[in-house]
Design a binder for this molecule. Structure first.
Ligand code: SF4
Ligand code: SF4
Length: 454
């Protein structure tokens, strides 16, 4: 006996296929339209299947399109969230090694706020906290963030080495390190020393093509930065040990041709090196009073336009990269079920400010009144009253829109900050999901059954 999943999406294509997608399991399949009638019948009348339908029913069950009658899918989705939120085995510290920055981006949320470098006692306190809170099952993740973390290069290397020594002495899992940097100071020597210290996952942001990037991501003295960052990336290619470098490209509505050109340039330089990736995100807001930047506000994307363009650019990148890379190494734009929208939701995740103040959301960094706690010199964490507001989630708050939504597994209620501020937190919608699936099918990306979890 089976019942259909509440999270099924069925779409007929113009090339005579039926697309099946399940947002809870992320299973995605394309079947020829001649089977469509049988499948749609079995999905609505699973108990009426005969012996000849056994194989199809088995496949539909594997993909989570058909489920046992006693399965409560919402409870399962919530469990994925709760396990992520409450699992203390994964300890995530985002360390603001330098809240100061060598750039002067007019829209930056930490810009001009505090400009501090992390003081030595905060590094010591973070180590003490980790010492106390980990055991043999723990996985530590350290995100180096700022301001601009590379301004604190020596401290980052020193802290990482001390932590590596601690985990090695106690025979614990190696820490995972990531770094978000503007890339300007990332010479090959510095990069090699980070990789040697275990930092293997990097993100560098470009504000679109060179001409636009140089307007918004300039040095504090106004000088341009694009070419230096690009040159650094090119020299980093010579580094032998493995790493991952993601280039995030922010875009406005009026730069389509330039984004295509930049992607083609990326593919011609980095296409054959699978350690380098590229992805695209629309600019929705500048949050600045600077007149030259405000003048560009007409070019900011609406949410719908931004999502469309993001998909278009991601697919274009996949197309040009397919000349260099095998399919399995390509990014996959098909949305997948997630445990939570961001690390903010995790109880054991903290952003440690340069002076030991703790934050939950990185857009609040530098706003002392938004601090969620502080770390003390002995490595104890003190939660402030405001920290408790971050504990609320869509399940405990019983947010009906989300709980009833078929997209819930893909966003788990979306950005918690937007929810807290009473704003709409939807990032996806059903027509957009349908468009992604149709375009993915049209590029023959993922025609077979592909199950993420049940
Ligand atoms: S803005 Fe939203 S998604 Fe980003 S860190 Fe804050 S809570 Fe998370
Ligand atoms: S945030 Fe929006 S898309 Fe996500 S579950 Fe809630 S209503 Fe659905």
């Amino acid at each position: 006996m089976f019942k259909p999943s509440k999270y099924n999406f069925l779409i007929e294509t113009s090339d005579n296929h039926l697309l099946l997608y399940n947002s809870r399991t992320s299973a995605f399949a394309a079947v020829p339209l001649e089977f469509s009638g049988d499948i749609q019948y079995l999905l609505t009348n699973p108990s009426r299947g005969t012996e000849k339908d056994e194989e199809i029913i088995k496949n539909l069950e594997t993909g989570g399109f058909l489920i046992k009658p006693d399965i409560d899918e919402l409870r399962k989705i919530r469990k994925v969230y709760d396990d992520y939120k409450n699992d203390g085995k994964k300890v995530i510290l985002t360390m603001l090694a330098s809240e100061a920055c060598n750039f002067n981006c007019p829209y930056c949320f930490t810009y001009d706020k505090r400009g501090l470098n992390m003081t030595p006692w905060v590094y010591d306190a973070a180590l003490k906290y980790l010492q106390k809170s980990i055991n043999k099952d723990s996985q530590i993740k350290i995100n180096w963030f700022g301001g601009e973390p590379t301004l604190a290069h020596d401290n980052i290397i020193s802290f990482s080495n001390r932590l590596n020594q601690l985990t090695s002495e106690r025979k614990l899992k190696k820490p995972i390190y990531t770094m978000v940097t503007n890339g300007y100071l990332m010479t090959v020597d510095k990069f090699e020393s980070y990789v040697e210290a275990g930092i293997k996952n990097f993100q560098i942001t470009l504000d679109g093509p060179e001409s636009f990037h140089n307007k918004t991501r300039s040095l504090s003295n106004g000088r341009e930065t694009f070419q230096t960052i690009w040159n650094n990336l090119v020299t980093i290619k010579s580094v032998k040990p493995n790493f991952e470098m993601s280039i995030r490209v922010n875009f406005l509505a009026n730069m389509r041709q330039e984004i295509y050109d930049l992607t083609n340039k990326f593919a011609s330089v980095f296409g054959a090196d699978e350690r380098f990736g590229i992805y695209f995100r629309p600019v929705y807001n500048f949050e600045t009073n600077r007149q030259d930047i405000c003048a560009m506000k007409d070019s900011i994307c609406s949410m719908a336009e931004g999502l469309q363009m993001q998909l278009e650019y991601d697919l274009h990148a996949m197309e040009v990269l397919s000349k260099y890379r095998k399919k399995s190494a390509m990014p996959n734009p098909i949305p997948r079920a997630i445990p939570a929208w961001c690390e903010t939701e995790k109880q054991s995740s903290w952003i440690i400010g340069a002076d030991g103040l703790l934050f939950k959301c990185d857009t609040y960094v530098g706003r002392k009144e938004q601090a969620a706690g502080k770390i003390n010199m002995d490595g104890e964490i003190e939660r402030f009253q405001g920290a408790y507001k971050w504990d609320t989630d869509i399940y405990t708050a019983k947010i009906e829109n989300c709980i009833k939504c078929k997209l819930l597994p893909l966003c788990q209620g979306g950005c918690p900050r937007l929810r807290m501020e009473g704003k709409k937190s939807c990032h996806l919608n059903e027509p957009y999901l349908k468009e992604i699936l149709l375009k993915a099918h049209a590029t023959h990306m993922n025609p077979q059954l592909n199950v993420a979890y049940n």
